[in-house]
Design a protein around this ligand. Structure first.
Ligand SMILES: Nc1ncnc2c1ncn2[C@@H]1O[C@H](COP(=O)(O)OP(=O)(O)O)[C@@H](O)[C@H]1O
Ligand SMILES: [Mg+2]
Length: 394
């Protein structure tokens, strides 16, 4: 059918035509955000799951709703190797300017801007005096150079500024596993402090399963502060909605056995549903979409995934890292013991330590339970076996 009207949206962070199966978690988070804004006790939320399950689009949708609900949102995506302060300074600055818009008087937002200037200079971040406009100096605030203290000062002042306007501040941070551990600790401490002062500052974070370990290590009390929401594949009913609704809106029918087949092939993973949906649409000549169309589209969808979703990750790996992942895949799908992986390439576990650590840092794998390693990308084991037919041992 006409690719111009293809409703599906495969791609990292691409808004799906139908955001299926996530109403419950969105409502849960919306309730916590509202409670926080009203100065009531609430916990912060984390969205945790593998790549391609829809964390980013969920975060975007939450940000959109929060904005419509008297929140000023700060939307960040953490790249690898970037400090949290360097990301927060420009984004908090624009949040504060928004809070201060149209206000001639000396608002709390202006005071917070001045604290932000101190903070930026304490952490040697280029901000440029001019970009702050005329704000009074506020010596001794957020300028000690100790990130735990300064970030707490700063976030509390921003919280007060929001509170003064009857608003809330929502930090929406994606790829949270890339925030350096020290910085993460400081962020948790700051949120803890803001909570004690009943300030309307909320975090909604998203990231890979390494977040469980990272949060536990960063601050012992983080368990009480955060709710971990596991974001996974869609259940059958939601996966059906994700496929059927978008085509219905284009006046096209999807045969029941064709829908079933796509759900089987994709295991309900949102990224894969979009990818298969898109190919099936292009292959089908007319409504209804049949099981035969799905069979024809299947290899094309796989090839597309290989060339994009999987390949971009593979290309960032060193030969040693590839070998390690190939050894994991050699042992089968699902979690593997690191001892078994090392043995498969005739090395000791400690010899493999550095390569395993760098794969965890790059967000390729995570350790689920004691010593059990798994891929952060669904169906990646299968891809590794396709991309490297043989495991070479040197
Ligand atoms: N609830 C959903 N229903 C249908 N498709 C979805 C859903 N969530 C995400 N998608 C699709 O899945 C793909 C991956 O989403 P993304 O948010 O980038 O995942 P993640 O951030 O977890 O890697 C996108 O193509 C998006 O359109
Ligand atoms: Mg994402």
């Amino acid at each position: 059918m006409d690719p111009r009207s293809n409703p599906f949206a495969p791609g990292a962070g691409s808004r799906p035509p139908e955001l299926a199966g996530r109403d419950e978690v969105m409502e849960l988070i919306a309730i916590q955000l509202d409670r926080l804004r009203r100065g009531r006790a609430a916990r912060h939320h984390l969205l945790v799951g593998l790549r391609g399950v829809g964390k980013t689009v969920l975060l975007d949708e939450m940000a959109r709703r929060a904005e419509a609900n008297q929140f000023v949102t700060v939307r960040l995506e953490t790249p690898e190797n970037r400090s949290l302060p360097s990301m927060l300074v420009p984004t908090l600055r624009s949040a504060l300017l928004r809070l201060d818009r149209g206000q001639a008087a000396l608002t709390k937002a202006k005071r917070a801007l001045s604290a932000l200037r101190n903070f930026a200079s304490a952490f040697r971040l280029e901000m440029g005096e001019a970009s702050f406009g005329v704000v009074p100096a506020e010596p001794g605030v957020a300028d000690s150079g100790d990130l735990d203290l300064d970030l707490s000062d700063l976030l509390c002042l921003v919280g007060e500024a929001a509170q003064e306007r009857g608003a809330g501040l929502a930090l929406m941070i994606d790829e949270l596993q890339y925030v350096p551990e020290n910085d993460l600790g400081a962020l948790i401490a700051a949120l803890h402090r803001a909570g004690q002062l009943q300030l309307p500052v909320a975090l909604v974070g998203a990231g890979l399963p390494q977040l469980y370990g990272l949060f536990g290590r960063a601050k012992s009390y983080s368990e009480r502060l955060f709710i971990f929401n596991e974001i996974g594949p869609l259940d059958k009913a939601s996966a059906r909605q994700a496929l059927i609704k978008p085509v219905q809106q284009e006046g096209v029918e999807f045969r029941e056995n064709a829908v079933e087949r796509v759900i089987d092939l994709t295991q309900g993973y949102p990224y894969f549903l979009q990818q298969w949906g898109a190919q099936v649409w292009n292959v089908a000549q007319k409504s209804p979409i049949t099981r035969k169309d799905v069979s024809e589209a299947d290899p094309l969808a796989r090839a597309e995934l290989d060339a994009s979703f999987f390949r971009v990750r593979f290309d960032r790996l060193t030969p040693r890292e590839r070998q390690y992942l190939r050894a994991m895949a050699d042992l089968g799908d699902g979690p593997q013991r690191s001892g078994d992986v090392a043995e498969r390439i005739e090395r000791t576990t400690s010899q493999c330590g550095p390569v395993r650590d760098s794969l965890i840092r790059k967000g390729m794998i995570y350790s689920s339970e004691h010593g059990l390693m798994d891929f952060t990308v669904p169906l990646f084991a299968d891809f590794m076996r396709r991309a490297m037919p043989d495991l070479e041992i040197d």
